[in-house]
Ligand binder design. Sequence first.
Ligand SMILES: [Zn+2]
Length: 131
Amino acid sequence: MQCLRNYRNATGYSQPPTCVCSGCARAKAAINKITVHAKSQIPSLLQKLYVTDSFLSQWLSKNNNFDFQYELESLDGLILCKNGLKYQKLTNTALLNLCNDCYSSLSQDKMPQFALANKIIEVFFHKNLVT
Ligand SMILES: [Zn+2]
């Protein structure tokens, strides 16, 4: 195994490290790190990822057991992939990974195309308006 690892490192075949994006749950090599502190306002960048509609939030908790609760309370209510979050107990902060697609859209105050929040809203409208 070590031999294979040495070969890959020496030949440049090693994969760049990937992280999971907290916005869209996709594994990406290029990731932006956002630090969120406890008891402080959520960065405005993340506002689009909130469940703001009470009807939608009731439907989600009734039908899908989504709780939108995180170790860091200031993140509660955001639609995030927990695999893209890292809670740091010592500093009481959370480190969020955001891929370039999500980061770029959120920076322009747009809902990222592949964001979980966007997908959930699509499913909600499909199930409630089409049937
Ligand atoms: Zn993303």
